[in-house]
Design a protein around this ligand. Structure first.
Ligand code: FAD
Length: 385
């Protein structure tokens, strides 16, 4: 069986690895000539890590992970610790630690694991068609390839999604801008093995350890959509938005390198249960573009890949039937997490200031139990237990 995958992000690559493992002949086509992930790092929660373990990548991925032992919320304005607790009970409950990783490291590892010779860079999909069980991908240079199925892992602006849905998706601005990057670990900002989040005024500043002594940092600020994106102003904009915040936050702003900092407006898409048309399916952000507020978008993409391979491997009624089974298993879970992330996003970013003030008050009473229960709820229901 020959599979065509569009997009060499974490969704396309894990799908490629999963399909190769069940004997498919797989080629991945990627628009850019050099894959540079948007965003500096991400947290792989235990459900995402379990997918990598399942794909035989445990050892390679482990070396990329930061040591994240504890979690804390800090009052961003006065610097007082609101809650601080060990994540060990969560890890023990689910049988796997969370692994925060730099995106570039994960990307390289996945590309190596899939095999560079079958990743075709600089190939931008223009259209998809299907006739008599043969799927054809046409690229912008006019070239075509055919296969038994096609997986659209072409991200938030997916063209394959438009083919499957029959229309272009409406992306919805969630109301905030995120700046993110990597710095060397600095314990005057936060403890080296802790995920520390400073909160206040509906804004958020976070540092999380990744491998090689680095902190992944991000800043969230509720702002109108469409403001100019000028690297030269990043630090001053952050200084203005975090004026009066505690010393570690000022130190972090001073430490960032604007040339290597990303600025992203955060959008999502209403869940849609249609992921398949004939022998064409969508996966990852193409199928479920979510706000990153529960850190599950990439983990969901990897879950999609595992379920897709299991559906194709275990079904005997043909590819179309297997793809529908994949869709029906994945769409409800992914849709629920998109809505959960949206809800979390609204509380974090003071859509209703009273709800956010109540959350800040709750954080001061928190011993970790409720927060870990929330994280656990996101992990439960994953395909690997
Ligand atoms: P992408 O990574 O977008 O890959 C799509 C690929 O398709 C790209 O390489 C693109 O060039 C290619 N492509 C597009 N169009 C075409 C075309 N026409 N032809 C050929 N190729 C094409 N997730 C987590 O699990 N944990 C986190 O902590 C986390 N944090 C996040 C923080 C932020 C600020 C953001 C924005 C997201 C975060 N996410 C997180 C979500 C995660 O980044 C995404 O869910 C994940 O990257 C999706 O992977 P993907 O492969 O589906 O899409």
């Amino acid at each position: 069986m020959k599979a065509i995958i569009i997009g060499a992000g974490m969704g396309g690559l894990t799908a490629g690895i999963a399909l190769k493992r069940i004997g498919y002949d797989v080629d991945i086509y990627e628009r850019v000539t050099e894959v540079k992930p948007v965003g500096a790092a991400l947290s792989l929660w235990p459900n995402g890590v379990k997918c990598l373990n399942y794909l035989g990548l445990h050892e390679q991925a482990r070396t990329l992970a930061g040591q994240m032992d504890t979690m804390a919320y800090v009052d961003g304005l006065d610097g007082s610790v609101m809650t601080q607790f060990s994540l060990e009970p969560l890890y023990k409950e689910v049988g796997q630690r969370a692994w925060p990783v730099a995106r570039a490291d994960l990307q390289l590892m996945l590309m190596d694991a899939f095999g560079l010779d079958r990743i075709h860079l600089g190939r931008e999909l223009a259209s998809v068609s299907e006739t008599d069980g043969v799927v054809t991908a046409t690229f912008t240079d006019g070239a075509t390839v055919t296969g038994d199925l096609l997986i659209g892992a072409d991200g938030a602006h997916s063209g394959v999604r438009s083919y499957v849905w029959g229309h272009k998706a409406e992306r919805r601005y969630t109301g905030y801008v995120n700046w993110n990057g990597l710095i060397e670990i600095d314990e005057s900002i936060a403890p080296a093995t802790q995920w520390t989040t400073f909160v206040g005024e509906g804004k958020r500043v976070s540092v999380m350890p990744v491998a090689e002594g680095r902190f992944y940092f991000f800043f969230d600020v509720p702002l109108p959509q469409g403001l100019p994106n000028d690297r030269a102003t990043y630090q001053n904009t952050l200084r203005e938005n975090f004026r009066g915040w505690a010393a570690p936050v000022q130190k972090l702003i001073d430490s960032i390198d604007p040339a290597r900092t990303n600025r992203v407006e955060i959008l999502d898409i209403d869940p849609n249960p249609v992921w398949v048309k004939g022998r064409v399916a969508i996966l990852g952000d193409s199928a479920h573009n979510t706000a990153p507020d529960i850190g599950q978008g990439g983990c969901m993409a990897m879950e999609d890949s595992v379920v897709l391979a299991i559906a194709l491997q275990t079904n005997t009624y043909g590819i179309e039937d297997a793809l529908i089974r994949y869709q029906d298993k994945r769409a409800p879970r992914a849709g629920e997490l998109v809505l959960r992330a949206r809800k979390r996003c609204d509380v974090t970013h003071a859509k209703d200031p009273e709800a956010t003030a109540a959350w800040y008050a709750d954080l001061r009473k928190e011993d970790g139990t409720h927060i870990m229960k929330g994280i656990l709820a996101n992990i439960e229901g994953n395909p690997l237990g």
